[in-house]
Design a protein around this ligand. Structure first.
Ligand code: HEM
Ligand SMILES: *[C@@H]1O[C@H](CO)[C@@H](O)[C@H](O)[C@H]1NC(C)=O
Length: 540
């Protein structure tokens, strides 16, 4: 256990409502009076005391250092024991609380989890730029829970190894590779829209996130591994269930404080479910890799494979070699495959669900997008060439990601001291959290930040804005490698949905934003769907 784990466990023991403090059994009074030979018990007691003393002074020193480091940064008052933790626990208001503080402390402010662990929360573009232009590793806490699943893939790696992998994988996102995916994406979206057609006669609203995440999972399986999962129609596949479970449990563990402790999580029913899902997912990934390796035995050059069929990420991964002819080992391969599975479906599911919700909420923009889509597609299916001809729809997608960034924040552990634009600085070792959600709503950059206004992203309005004011895909060397893939998928989903359905909000079911690893809604994202009748379409 590292320090922050200990501090969380400590907090947990103090705050857990059910912990009837288990007092250690009283020892028989040891011989402490200088009389006779000290027995075993007194040795144990002395050593125990010494241990506690050493630990306590270490913790005290950590606290002193962190407290001193963060002193230049004014922030919200903290409780002597909980720090600020109690303000966030369980009410689903994390993001709005942070965004509220961001108005009070406009650059950055500390948030304490107990008295031994703190993040500097960054909520200004200039501060974000200072951090994102460096190469600090991801911090431990934010990424710890996904590693058992995705292993040491691109998302969590750092240093030389990250650089090596990033270079090997970049060709996998070249537009030649992405181009044929548009058809696969539109197939998957069509399955979802057909499914909705069977749901709407009963006039109940549809919860988008559930349907959309099965759709994006289907998509990433087809694009990345040419795997026909059929997961949207029959969710019986053990692998799909496992991936779905893992995404859910990682998020759940993140927000459930007791589960931050490895032992408690391990012994819990959720921990059991997690291990079972892990086993299924890893076995499946290993099998897919093995089979593909077998079938690629003859063809080791991408050009040759490309003549026979589309390339997918797995081909790129298996054929990737650096200048020394060095490829990825099996463990690294699996980590990258699992990273794509994780990064590539929940994030886009969040993006698509929120944009559809925004369009339902702002019917005038929905109608403008629909007109644009009709003009370009004229009722046919969407193709690669169309994606660049939807400027208004693209602006709406960006505006939706400004208000509802699918990845609400990223964290780093400073490996070197840093000095910010206003001269304040931090020593190495401090954890910082860049609140993408707050930066995207920063009132000194965005006029009336709460208002949905796609014209903010018109070329004229974008050109003189701070380049770090809009960060859905992060920025710098560790930005999202999948951003073009994601934008394409969002455009395909919005275009095909608006072609067939009108979206309306459901009174009384406004989604409440919930920050887990991706942005979700506490109560789901519900909309009413109304099929567009063809007569109207022809008339236009
Ligand atoms: C709307 C959809 C998406 C959003 C908003 C998004 C956002 C992000 C963000 C903010 C990061 C930086 C994370 C950090 O610094 O910790 C990131 C990294 C990454 N994303 Fe995405 N992402 C999306 C879709 C995708 C897709 C579809 C893929 C793959 C097919 C993908 C693969 C990755 C990978 C591998 C990284 C790590 C890159 C590195 O560290 O070198 N993402 N993404
Ligand atoms: C720029 O944004 C403002 C306010 O959002 C809007 O009124 C204006 O039309 C936009 N300009 C352009 C050229 O899109």
């Amino acid at each position: 256990m590292n320090l922050s784990d200990q501090c969380r466990l400590f907090l947990l023991l103090l705050t857990a409502p059910c912990s009837r403090a288990q007092v250690a059994p009283v020892m028989s009074p040891p011989v402490l009076y200088g009389l006779g030979v000290p027995d075993l018990w007194s040795w144990v007691l002395w050593l125990g005391l010494l241990y506690v003393l050493v630990k306590a002074s270490k913790l005290y020193l950590t606290w002193r250092q962190l407290d001193k480091a963060l002193r230049p940064f004014e922030g919200p008052k903290r409780h002597w024991l909980y720090g600020n933790a109690h303000e966030f626990s369980g009410n689903g208001k994390f993001l709005d609380t942070i965004a509220g503080y961001a108005e009070e402390y406009p650059y950055a402010f500390p948030i304490w989890l107990g008295n031994l662990f703190a993040w500097l929360i960054i909520c200004h573009p200039e501060y974000a730029k200072a951090v994102l232009s460096r190469q600090d590793p991801k911090d431990n806490l934010g990424y710890y829970f996904i590693t058992p699943w995705i292993g040491k893939g691109l998302l969590v790696l750092s240093g030389q190894k990250w650089f090596h992998h990033r270079r090997l994988l970049t060709p996998g996102f070249h537009y030649d590779v992405l181009k044929p995916y548009v058809t696969l994406m539109s197939d998957c979206v069509t399955i979802m829209l057909d499914k909705w057609e069977r749901l709407i006669p009963d006039e109940n609203p549809v919860e988008l996130f559930h349907h959309v995440s099965l759709m994006t999972l289907d998509t990433i399986m087809k694009c990345a591994f040419s795997y026909q999962s059929n997961c949207q129609m029959d969710s019986e596949s053990a692998y799909i269930k496992a991936v779905y479970d893992l995404s859910y449990l990682v998020d759940f563990r993140f927000v459930c404080l007791p589960y931050h402790n490895d032992l408690i999580f391990h012994l819990s029913p959720h921990g059991y479910r997690f291990r079972r899902a892990l086993r299924i997912a890893h076995e499946h990934t290993d099998k897919v890799i093995k089979e593909r390796k077998q079938s690629l035995k003859e063809d080791t050059e991408l050009e040759k494979i490309q003549k026979k069929r589309h390339l997918d990420f797995l081909d790129i991964l298996l054929c990737a070699k650096d200048e020394n002819g060095q490829g990825l080992c099996d463990e690294d391969l699996r980590a990258e495959v699992d990273t794509f599975m994780f990064e590539g479906h929940d994030t886009t599911a969040s993006g698509i669900s929120w944009i559809l919700y925004c369009l339902a909420k702002y019917p005038e923009h929905q109608e403008k997008c629909r007109e644009e889509i009709r003009e370009v597609l004229e009722g046919r299916n969407i193709e690669w060439e169309d994606l660049g001809k939807l400027p208004y729809t693209t602006m709406c997608i960006k505006e939706s990601m400004r208000l509802y960034p699918p990845v609400p924040g990223v964290a780093r552990e400073l490996k070197e001291p840093i000095t910010f634009c206003d001269g304040r600085s931090l020593p190495k070792g401090v954890d910082v959290f860049i609140s993408i959600y707050s930066i995207n709503r920063c009132p000194s950059i965005w006029e009336n930040p709460e208002v949905f206004d796609p014209l903010r992203f018109s070329p004229e309005n974008t050109s003189h804005r701070h380049p770090h004011a809009f960060l859905p895909f992060s920025a710098g060397g560790r930005n999202c490698i999948g951003q073009n893939f994601a934008m394409n998928e969002m455009k395909v989903a919005v275009a095909l949905t608006l072609q067939r359905y009108e979206l309306h909000t459901v009174p009384g079911k406004e989604p409440l934003v919930l920050a887990q690893l991706v942005l979700r809604a506490l109560n789901g994202i519900h909309v009413h769907l109304k099929k567009i009748n063809c007569a109207k379409k022809k008339k236009n």
